[in-house]
Design a protein around this ligand. Structure first.
Ligand code: PLP
Length: 241
């Protein structure tokens, strides 16, 4: 067994255990393997072990990787910030975008989504701990943005995404994740039909699943440690398992 295959198996075991603990069916939770900084061969290895959905932060790096892996039936999620000058690349190469926090970016993605592709599946990123410098809309602004995104013909709004500050213990991690979960419920009570909550990383996946996550974004536990400053996959520093 390769390391990545082993790692994926361990992550699936963590997800199974967390779902059991939370009394949720394991089919509720999808694993997104975050392959940023890792090369196409790592993605191939994960795919050979059954992994289909991959998350990337850096658009240029991702687009090169996606092109090299075109023959594989993979699903690509953009989980990093999207600047205006990158929307066309994102609209052309990705299946999902988790980081919608401005109408202008959403409008550009909708306009630039190629007609032959399925609508782009999108999530609104919410800044649940109100850090002033962090990406994401304030929870009180999520409803208004969601209603506008729903009008865009080439996007399909699926739910919310959040990246809470790392919190020490399970209870405080869970409390932060619950804010996103409650917000999703509020939006659905107002008539939206959202089914996706993207939250939970290597360090907090159990708390995120307990709070209702449906899509956990796992990098380190699948591919190993990244260089401290996230570099592109062509940089010399390699994965450390
Ligand atoms: C890098 C990253 C992840 C994965 O983090 P790990 O701690 O390595 O699992 C998840 N979500 C986002 C937005 C990221 O940038």
């Amino acid at each position: 067994m390769t390391t990545i295959r082993n790692n994926l198996q361990r992550v699936h075991e963590r997800i199974v255990t967390a779902c059991a603990q939370a009394q949720r069916p394991v089919t509720d939770v999808t694993l997104l393997a975050v392959s940023k900084t890792f090369g196409p061969e790592a993605v191939r290895e994960a795919h050979a072990a059954g992994q289909l959905a991959f998350g990337e932060n850096y658009i240029q790096e991702a687009v090169e990787k996606i092109a090299l892996l075109r023959e594989l039936p993979l699903q690509w999620h953009c989980i990093g910030p999207v600047q205006s000058n990158k929307t066309r690349l994102v609209a052309t190469h990705f299946d999902w975008v988790h980081t919608i926090d401005r109408l202008k970016i959403a409008q550009r993605l909708s306009e630039q989504r190629p007609p032959e592709l399925a609508p782009l599946q999108v999530l609104i990123q919410v800044n649940t701990d109100s850090g002033p410098t962090k990406a994401g809309v304030a929870p009180r602004d999520a409803m208004a943005l969601a209603r506008e995104v729903l009008q865009l013909p080439r996007l399909r709004l699926r739910g919310l995404m959040t990246i809470p500050e790392p919190a020490g213990d399970f209870a405080s991690q869970r409390a932060l994740h619950l804010r996103a979960r409650l917000l999703l419920e509020q939006l659905n009570q107002a008539g939206l039909e959202l089914d996706t909550l993207s939250m939970g990383m290597t360090g907090d996946l159990e708390a995120a699943i307990d709070a209702g996550s449906t899509l956990v974004r796992i990098g380190t536990a699948v591919f190993g440690g990244r260089p401290v400053k996230d570099a592109t996959f062509s940089a010399p520093a390699g994965p450390v398992a």
